[in-house]
Design a protein around this ligand. Structure first.
Ligand SMILES: Cc1cc2nc3c(=O)[nH]c(=O)nc-3n(C[C@H](O)[C@H](O)[C@H](O)COP(=O)(O)OP(=O)(O)OC[C@H]3O[C@@H](n4cnc5c(N)ncnc54)[C@H](O)[C@@H]3O)c2cc1C
Length: 386
């Protein structure tokens, strides 16, 4: 088999993380190929809610990186590559009962401590928003966050000149030598100076001992309703607890309602320990819908027109895996973004492009990025990377 093509960098995976890295590298003049087994946004990036949210992040490195990514996403949307993909809107977080009200207190303290781009502009009873119903005891209003459908961002990033799309092409393996990396595709081999593996839950196909765990999430979409009924996303505090503490300590459905620009509502999302994107569980959907209706009664008039599931790539320590493969400077990993990949993608694309080009990381976030290094899985290292 002869070698065809030669790229500076091959990106494995056309999800939002791979697409963002590709765009940043191409913008810096690199010749980039993006290879995907199916096509753009075929996995989690095409089946997600799309909240670019700091409020939903665990305090610490993840919240700080999300703040930096939100600011950068807003920059890229201001007449840049993400102009048609990201839109700013308020976020409303609501609670009912002692456990959720305590979670709202924690949210306010966290945002105050971060002192970042997201501000609490309202805190009080549901009456602040006339469309809300009896399921909302207290409502926090946040300004600064936004929404970005994953498929729109992927399309925007990949339309840049200098990026060669290659799909459908499942990568079956790769070899590394002193001069570069050779990717094994079903019908050919690709040569590049560097490989960035952004394969989501399927990272373990090529790096089998990396501790990536599937977390399924179900979402559903309504028909078109009254436009502008809900001016921003509406999130139950239970969702923040489920996400930041990986616990179901709040015994209420962790619902999120996001109004789409089409007038439809996107409603999600569960967290289930399996990897089957074809499994839709109607009991879960009913629970989420019942809570959504009690918070936003007008939803009772809407019909569900689509239900689907996406699979998040989770890591046991709840941090993504970003950085060079230990001992192999020509391979960089970017995976494990669980429920945060849409939010983090802009920043990750910029910083991964800097890593690949051998440039220093952006000051102020380098220490947090170092915590994401694959080198932290020391036990798995030999077999995972061998
Ligand atoms: C229900 C749900 C709700 C979510 N809500 C949010 C949210 O509100 N905000 C947020 O920030 N994040 C959210 N997320 C998380 C977000 O969607 C993911 O973190 C993000 O999409 C991950 O992007 P990725 O590029 O790392 O992986 P993916 O999008 O999974 O992309 C990986 C790509 O690799 C390709 N691939 C796999 N194996 C191979 C192979 N061998 N060869 C070639 N290609 C291969 C796949 O086809 C796929 O296209 C949600 C996720 C789900 C499931």
């Amino acid at each position: 088999m002869s070698y065809v093509n030669h790229y500076d960098v091959v990106i494995a995976g056309a999800g939002i993380v791979g697409a963002s890295v590709a765009w940043h590298l191409a913008a810096g003049g690199a010749r980039v190929a993006v290879v995907d087994a199916v096509g753009p946004a075929a996995a989690a990036s095409g089946a997600s809610d799309g909240a670019v949210s700091v409020a939903s992040k665990k305090p610490g490195p993840l919240a700080r990186l999300a703040s930096a990514s939100l600011v950068y996403t807003r920059d890229l949307a201001a007449g840049g590559v993400l102009a048609g993909a990201f839109h700013a809107r308020p976020s409303f977080v609501f609670g009912q009962g002692a456990a959720e009200l305590a979670a709202l207190d924690a949210l306010v303290s966290k945002l105050h401590a971060i002192s970042g781009p997201v501000h609490v502009t309202g805190d009080g009873p549901a009456a602040q928003l006339p469309c809300l119903g009896p399921g909302v005891e207290r409502l926090i209003t946040l300004e600064g966050e936004g929404h970005m459908p994953g498929h729109k961002a992927v399309r925007a990033y990949l339309s840049a000149p200098g990026i060669t799309p290659i799909w459908p092409a499942p990568i079956q393996g790769f070899d590394i030598d002193d001069a570069g990396v050779t990717l094994h595709l079903p019908d050919r081999r690709l040569r590049a100076g560097h490989l960035v593996a952004a394969l989501g839950t399927r990272t373990t196909d090529l790096f089998p001992r990396l501790p990536i765990l599937p977390r399924a999430g179900q979402l559903f979409v309504t028909d078109r309703g009254v436009p502008d009924l809900l001016p921003g996303s509406l999130t139950a505090a239970a969702y923040l607890v489920a996400k930041t503490e990986a616990s179901d300590a709040v015994p209420l459905p962790p619902v999120v309602v996001d109004p789409l620009t089409t007038g439809q509502f996107l409603i999600g999302s569960s967290r289930e320990p399996h990897a089957d994107p074809n499994r839709v569980d109607f009991a879960t959907l009913r629970q989420l819908m019942a809570r959504a209706v009690s918070a936003l009664p007008a939803l009772a008039e809407r019909r569900i027109i689509r239900a689907f599931a996406g699979i998040r790539a989770a890591v046991a320590d709840s941090l993504p895996v970003v950085g060079p493969l230990p001992g192999e400077s020509r391979v960089t990993l970017a995976t494990g973004f669980e429920g945060d990949g849409i939010c983090l993608s802009a920043l990750m694309g910029r910083e991964l492009a800097r890593m690949v080009r051998g440039l220093p990381l952006t000051q102020g976030i380098a220490a947090d990025l170092a915590l994401l290094s694959p080198a932290r899985f020391t036990d798995a290292r030999q077999e995972a990377w061998g």
